[in-house]
Design a protein around this ligand. Structure first.
Ligand code: TMP
Length: 212
Protein backbone atom coordinates (compact mmCIF):
# COMPACT_ATOMS: atom_id res chain seq x y z
CA UNK A 1 0.00 0.00 0.00
CA UNK A 2 1.42 3.39 -0.96
CA UNK A 3 1.94 5.92 1.81
CA UNK A 4 -0.26 8.99 2.02
CA UNK A 5 1.60 12.12 1.02
CA UNK A 6 2.22 15.11 3.22
CA UNK A 7 0.64 18.50 2.52
CA UNK A 8 2.50 21.52 1.17
CA UNK A 9 1.48 24.46 3.29
CA UNK A 10 2.80 28.00 2.71
CA UNK A 11 2.63 31.07 4.91
CA UNK A 12 2.93 34.43 3.19
CA UNK A 13 2.50 38.02 4.28
CA UNK A 14 4.34 41.29 4.61
CA UNK A 15 7.11 41.74 7.16
CA UNK A 16 6.15 41.59 10.85
CA UNK A 17 2.97 39.64 10.17
CA UNK A 18 4.31 36.77 12.29
CA UNK A 19 5.00 34.19 9.56
CA UNK A 20 8.07 32.64 11.12
CA UNK A 21 6.52 32.44 14.62
CA UNK A 22 3.39 30.82 13.20
CA UNK A 23 5.34 28.35 11.02
CA UNK A 24 7.32 27.18 14.05
CA UNK A 25 4.22 26.86 16.24
CA UNK A 26 2.38 24.96 13.53
CA UNK A 27 5.19 22.46 12.96
CA UNK A 28 5.48 21.92 16.71
CA UNK A 29 1.72 21.38 17.08
CA UNK A 30 1.58 18.95 14.16
CA UNK A 31 4.52 16.97 15.53
CA UNK A 32 2.90 16.87 18.98
CA UNK A 33 -0.24 15.42 17.44
CA UNK A 34 1.84 12.67 15.83
CA UNK A 35 1.85 14.02 12.25
CA UNK A 36 5.26 14.17 10.58
CA UNK A 37 5.94 17.82 9.74
CA UNK A 38 8.97 19.94 8.93
CA UNK A 39 9.57 23.63 8.38
CA UNK A 40 11.28 25.10 5.33
CA UNK A 41 11.89 28.71 4.40
CA UNK A 42 12.69 30.71 1.31
CA UNK A 43 15.15 32.08 0.63
CA UNK A 44 17.03 29.03 1.91
CA UNK A 45 20.24 30.88 2.65
CA UNK A 46 22.53 27.88 3.22
CA UNK A 47 23.01 26.82 -0.43
CA UNK A 48 25.47 28.56 -2.77
CA UNK A 49 22.63 30.40 -4.50
CA UNK A 50 21.13 31.16 -1.08
CA UNK A 51 24.40 32.71 0.07
CA UNK A 52 24.43 35.03 -2.95
CA UNK A 53 20.85 36.06 -2.15
CA UNK A 54 21.67 36.52 1.51
CA UNK A 55 24.54 38.90 0.85
CA UNK A 56 22.32 40.81 -1.59
CA UNK A 57 19.65 41.18 1.12
CA UNK A 58 22.29 42.25 3.63
CA UNK A 59 23.42 44.86 1.05
CA UNK A 60 26.89 43.32 0.91
CA UNK A 61 26.65 42.86 -2.86
CA UNK A 62 24.66 44.32 -5.75
CA UNK A 63 22.74 42.16 -8.17
CA UNK A 64 20.74 43.37 -11.14
CA UNK A 65 16.96 43.14 -10.43
CA UNK A 66 16.07 40.48 -13.06
CA UNK A 67 19.10 38.45 -12.04
CA UNK A 68 18.21 38.39 -8.36
CA UNK A 69 14.62 37.47 -9.21
CA UNK A 70 15.87 34.46 -11.17
CA UNK A 71 18.20 33.51 -8.31
CA UNK A 72 15.31 33.53 -5.80
CA UNK A 73 13.43 31.22 -8.18
CA UNK A 74 16.48 28.99 -8.73
CA UNK A 75 16.79 28.74 -4.94
CA UNK A 76 13.29 27.23 -4.86
CA UNK A 77 13.92 24.90 -7.80
CA UNK A 78 17.12 23.53 -6.25
CA UNK A 79 15.07 22.40 -3.24
CA UNK A 80 12.26 20.79 -5.31
CA UNK A 81 13.70 17.24 -5.36
CA UNK A 82 14.01 17.31 -1.56
CA UNK A 83 10.54 18.79 -1.13
CA UNK A 84 8.96 16.13 -3.34
CA UNK A 85 10.83 13.35 -1.55
CA UNK A 86 9.62 14.54 1.85
CA UNK A 87 6.02 15.03 0.69
CA UNK A 88 6.02 11.54 -0.82
CA UNK A 89 7.37 10.17 2.48
CA UNK A 90 4.25 11.57 4.16
CA UNK A 91 5.94 14.61 5.70
CA UNK A 92 3.88 17.80 5.73
CA UNK A 93 6.00 20.82 4.79
CA UNK A 94 5.28 24.18 6.38
CA UNK A 95 7.02 26.79 4.24
CA UNK A 96 7.86 30.33 5.32
CA UNK A 97 7.51 32.31 2.00
CA UNK A 98 7.41 30.80 -1.50
CA UNK A 99 6.98 31.92 -5.10
CA UNK A 100 4.31 34.44 -4.06
CA UNK A 101 6.89 36.48 -2.14
CA UNK A 102 9.13 36.16 -5.17
CA UNK A 103 6.51 37.71 -7.44
CA UNK A 104 5.19 40.27 -4.94
CA UNK A 105 8.64 41.67 -4.08
CA UNK A 106 10.08 41.87 -7.59
CA UNK A 107 6.89 43.19 -9.18
CA UNK A 108 6.83 45.96 -6.56
CA UNK A 109 9.94 47.30 -8.30
CA UNK A 110 9.46 49.69 -11.26
CA UNK A 111 8.93 48.12 -14.71
CA UNK A 112 8.25 44.54 -13.61
CA UNK A 113 4.97 42.89 -14.59
CA UNK A 114 3.31 40.21 -12.50
CA UNK A 115 3.32 37.92 -15.55
CA UNK A 116 7.06 38.23 -16.16
CA UNK A 117 7.75 37.61 -12.49
CA UNK A 118 5.61 34.47 -12.34
CA UNK A 119 7.27 32.70 -15.29
CA UNK A 120 10.37 31.19 -13.65
CA UNK A 121 8.24 29.63 -10.88
CA UNK A 122 5.64 28.06 -13.19
CA UNK A 123 5.52 24.32 -12.48
CA UNK A 124 6.90 24.38 -8.93
CA UNK A 125 5.12 22.00 -6.54
CA UNK A 126 1.78 23.69 -5.95
CA UNK A 127 0.92 24.43 -2.33
CA UNK A 128 -2.23 22.71 -1.08
CA UNK A 129 -2.87 25.81 1.02
CA UNK A 130 -1.42 29.33 1.09
CA UNK A 131 -2.25 31.33 4.19
CA UNK A 132 -1.78 35.07 3.87
CA UNK A 133 -1.19 36.71 7.24
CA UNK A 134 -2.93 40.03 6.80
CA UNK A 135 -1.63 42.94 8.83
CA UNK A 136 -2.41 46.61 8.41
CA UNK A 137 0.81 48.61 7.82
CA UNK A 138 0.05 50.84 10.84
CA UNK A 139 -0.30 47.79 13.13
CA UNK A 140 2.90 46.36 11.63
CA UNK A 141 4.67 49.62 12.46
CA UNK A 142 3.59 49.27 16.12
CA UNK A 143 5.43 45.93 16.20
CA UNK A 144 8.72 47.79 15.99
CA UNK A 145 11.26 49.12 13.57
CA UNK A 146 12.20 47.35 10.39
CA UNK A 147 15.63 45.76 10.26
CA UNK A 148 18.39 46.91 7.97
CA UNK A 149 17.97 44.42 5.13
CA UNK A 150 17.03 45.45 1.62
CA UNK A 151 13.22 45.90 1.16
CA UNK A 152 12.65 46.63 4.86
CA UNK A 153 10.89 49.97 4.55
CA UNK A 154 7.21 50.87 4.73
CA UNK A 155 6.84 52.40 1.25
CA UNK A 156 8.16 49.28 -0.44
CA UNK A 157 6.17 46.98 1.88
CA UNK A 158 2.94 48.79 0.93
CA UNK A 159 3.69 48.15 -2.76
CA UNK A 160 4.40 44.50 -1.93
CA UNK A 161 1.05 44.24 -0.10
CA UNK A 162 -0.74 45.50 -3.24
CA UNK A 163 0.99 42.88 -5.38
CA UNK A 164 -0.02 40.14 -2.93
CA UNK A 165 -3.61 41.39 -3.23
CA UNK A 166 -3.41 40.98 -7.02
CA UNK A 167 -1.97 37.47 -6.65
CA UNK A 168 -4.77 36.50 -4.25
CA UNK A 169 -7.35 37.10 -6.98
CA UNK A 170 -6.09 33.95 -8.73
CA UNK A 171 -8.60 31.17 -7.99
CA UNK A 172 -6.17 28.45 -9.12
CA UNK A 173 -4.36 28.88 -5.79
CA UNK A 174 -6.01 27.90 -2.49
CA UNK A 175 -5.57 31.20 -0.61
CA UNK A 176 -6.85 31.78 2.90
CA UNK A 177 -6.52 35.21 4.47
CA UNK A 178 -5.82 35.22 8.21
CA UNK A 179 -6.22 38.31 10.38
CA UNK A 180 -2.75 38.52 11.91
CA UNK A 181 -3.57 41.49 14.16
CA UNK A 182 -4.98 39.07 16.79
CA UNK A 183 -2.98 37.29 19.49
CA UNK A 184 -0.37 34.69 18.52
CA UNK A 185 -2.44 31.88 20.06
CA UNK A 186 -5.71 32.80 18.35
CA UNK A 187 -3.99 33.10 14.97
CA UNK A 188 -2.30 29.76 15.64
CA UNK A 189 -5.56 27.94 16.38
CA UNK A 190 -7.15 29.24 13.15
CA UNK A 191 -4.10 28.11 11.18
CA UNK A 192 -4.14 24.67 12.81
CA UNK A 193 -7.77 24.02 11.90
CA UNK A 194 -7.19 25.03 8.27
CA UNK A 195 -4.13 22.78 8.09
CA UNK A 196 -5.79 19.74 9.58
CA UNK A 197 -8.56 20.00 6.99
CA UNK A 198 -6.17 20.41 4.09
CA UNK A 199 -3.90 17.57 5.21
CA UNK A 200 -6.86 15.19 5.18
CA UNK A 201 -8.06 16.45 1.81
CA UNK A 202 -4.73 16.34 0.02
CA UNK A 203 -3.26 13.07 1.30
CA UNK A 204 -4.62 11.03 -1.60
CA UNK A 205 -4.20 13.66 -4.33
CA UNK A 206 -1.15 14.06 -6.58
CA UNK A 207 1.09 17.07 -5.98
CA UNK A 208 -0.07 19.87 -8.29
CA UNK A 209 1.98 22.22 -10.48
CA UNK A 210 1.91 25.91 -9.67
CA UNK A 211 0.45 28.36 -12.23
CA UNK A 212 0.13 25.65 -14.93
P1 TMP B 1 13.30 36.74 5.32
O1 TMP B 1 14.44 35.76 5.21
O2 TMP B 1 13.38 37.62 6.51
O3 TMP B 1 11.96 36.13 5.12
O4 TMP B 1 13.52 37.81 4.16
C1 TMP B 1 13.72 37.51 2.86
C2 TMP B 1 13.55 38.76 2.05
O5 TMP B 1 13.61 38.43 0.67
C3 TMP B 1 12.21 39.47 2.25
O6 TMP B 1 12.39 40.87 2.19
C4 TMP B 1 11.39 39.02 1.07
C5 TMP B 1 12.42 38.83 -0.01
N1 TMP B 1 12.11 37.81 -1.00
C6 TMP B 1 12.17 38.14 -2.37
O7 TMP B 1 12.42 39.29 -2.72
N2 TMP B 1 11.95 37.16 -3.28
C7 TMP B 1 11.67 35.86 -2.92
O8 TMP B 1 11.49 35.00 -3.78
C8 TMP B 1 11.60 35.55 -1.51
C9 TMP B 1 11.32 34.14 -1.08
C10 TMP B 1 11.85 36.55 -0.60
Amino acid sequence: MSCKRGALIVLEGVDKAGKTTQCKKLVHALQQSGRPAEMMRFPERTTQIGQLISSYLEKKNYLEDHTVHLLFSANRWELVPLMKKKLEQGITLVVDRYAFSGVAFTSAKPDFSLEWCKHPDVGLPKPDLVMFLQLNPSVAAERGEFGTERYENSTFQRAVQQRFEQLMKDPSVNWKVIDAARSIDIVHSDIKVLCENIMNMSENLPIGELWK
